[in-house]
Ligand binder design. Structure first.
Ligand code: GLY
Length: 360
C-alpha cells in the first residue's frame, strides 16, 4: 500500500481536510510529553482532534520499549478502539515508530497517520512503513513493515528544533542527495540537491528553502520505498552511512559519550564514501566536499585504534548482514548505487585511519 505524503501549507487545514475525507470509528492521538506541550496546540482547534482520545508516553529513545507499547495497547483497548479506529502519531521518529507498531499490531492492524515533528522523523522515520521498538538493548529489534495511511509534513514544526536536532535529520538528507544524484524523481527533474545541501547556511536558516529541500529529500525515500517496500533489494541503498554509523552510535553509548543518530550517520557517510573511493573509484573531490561539510557542522567523534576491534564487532552484529560478512551500500558516483557490498577488516581499519587523520 502506497502512503500519501502531504506537504502541508497549513497543518490544521490539511489535517482537518484529510480527517473529513476518511471514515473511522474512534480517533486516537499519541503524543509524548514534548509534543503534547509544543505541537498539540498547533492542531487542537480541529473539532475532530478536540474529541479525540489522547494518550501520552514518555519521550526519548530509551522509552521506545515494550512498556510504552503496552501502555498504548492498553489505552486503545480500554477506550473502545476497534478495527475501524484511527491513530494519529504526533512526534519524532521514536514516537512514529512505536505508534505505528502499536497500530500495526492492535487487533491485527488499525490505520494510522504520522505527523512527524522532527527533521529526522519527517525525512526518514515517519515515511516508508518501518515500525517497531527496541528490545533487550537492541535497536528496532521487534517491528513490522506497516505504512501509515498518510504522512503530513509541516516545516513549522522544524522551527521549534535546536541545531543538534536539525543536524541529526540533515544527515539523512545528505544521504538521500548522495543516492539520487541529479535524476528526475517521479517525473520531476530535481536540482543538484547535494551541492544545495552542502551550501545551505545552517547558522541562518531559511525555513522556506529548508522545506523545499526536505520535501525533495522525502521524495527520494518515497521513490526507493515504493520500489522495494520490504528491503529485499534497492531499499538497502538507504543504509548508506549506517554500517559505520550504527557502530559509532553503539560505541558512543558504550563509552558513555552518546551521540545523536544523525551525527553518527554523518561520520558514517564520510567513512563509506572513503570505502567507495577505494573500491569503486568514487571521486575524491565529492568525498572532500562532504567530509569538509561534516567536519565543520558535526565536529568529531573521537576514538583511537584500540577501539577498532570493538567497532568491527558492532558491525558484525548489524542486523543488515545476511551472512558472516559485513554488508555495505557504496557508491560508484553520486546517484550510482552499489548495494550488497562487503569489506574485510583490513579495509575497515584503513577507513578508520582515514577518518581519524581527517577529523583529528
Ligand atoms: N531508515 C531506512 C529505511 O527506512 O529503510
Amino acid at each position: 500500500m502506497k502512503q500519501q505524503i502531504i506537504r502541508c501549507s497549513h497543518i490544521e487545514k490539511d489535517l482537518a481536510g484529510l480527517l473529513r475525507g476518511l471514515s473511522y470509528d474512534g480517533l486516537f492521538l499519541l503524543t509524548d510529553e514534548n509534543t503534547h506541550q509544543h505541537c498539540l496546540p498547533l492542531i487542537q482547534s480541529i473539532p475532530e482532534i478536540q474529541s479525540a482520545k489522547i494518550i501520552s508516553i514518555p519521550a526519548g529513545d530509551e522509552n521506545k520499549n515494550v512498556e510504552s507499547l503496552s501502555k498504548v495497547w492498553k489505552f486503545l483497548s480500554e477506550n473502545g478502539a476497534n478495527r475501524k479506529s484511527l491513530l494519529i502519531n504526533l512526534g519524532g521518529g521514536m514516537l512514529t515508530d512505536l505508534g505505528g507498531f502499536a497500530a500495526a499490531t492492535f487487533k491485527r492492524g488499525i490505520r494510522f497517520i504520522n505527523i512527524p515533528t522532527t527533521l529526522l522523523g519527517a525525512v526518514d522515520a515517519a515515511v516508508g512503513g518501518k515500525t517497531g521498538i527496541n528490545f533487550t538493548g537492541l535497536k528496532n529489534e521487534i517491528g513490522a513493515f506497516a505504512p501509515a495511511l498518510a504522512v503530513l509534513i509541516d516545516s513549522n514544526f522544524l522551527q521549534t528544533l535546536d541545531l543538534t536536532n536539525l543536524l541529526s535529520g540533515y544527515a539523512e538528507m545528505l544521504k538521500h542527495a548522495l543516492l539520487c544524484g541529479r535524476d528526475a524523481i517521479n517525473g520531476v527533474s530535481t536540482r543538484d540537491s547535494l551541492n544545495e545541501l552542502l551550501r545551505f547556511d545552517l547558522e541562518r536558516i531559511d525555513y522556506r528553502k529548508l522545506n523545499d529541500l526536505l520535501f525533495e529529500s522525502v521524495l527520494v525515500k518515497e521513490r526507493i520505498v515504493t520500489e522495494d517496500p520490504t528491503e529485499q533489494g534497492i531499499r538497502k541503498a538507504l543504509n548508506l552511512g549506517h554500517t559505520f554509523g550504527h557502530a559509532f552510535e553503539s560505541l558512543s553509548y558504550e563509552l558513555k559519550r552518546p551521540v545523536p543518530h544523525g551525527y553518527a550517520v554523518a561520520w558514517g557517510l564520510v567513512c563509506e564514501l572513503f570505502l567507495s573511493v577505494v573500491k569503486f573509484g568514487f571521486t575524491i573531490d565529492e568525498l572532500r566536499k562532504v567530509s569538509q561539510f561534516v567536519k565543520e557542522n558535526y565536529g568529531v567523534f573521537a576514538f583511537d585504534c584500540t577501539h577498532y576491534q570493538r567497532i568491527y564487532e558492532w558491525m558484525q552484529h548489524d542486523k543488515k548482514n545476511e551472512s558472516a560478512s559485513i554488508n555495505f551500500t557504496l557508491l560508484k558516483a553520486v546517484g550510482e548505487i552499489e548495494i550488497n557490498q562487503t569489506a574485510n577488516q583490513e579495509e575497515i581499519d584503513e577507513t578508520l585511519d582515514f577518518y581519524r587523520e581527517y577529523f583529528t
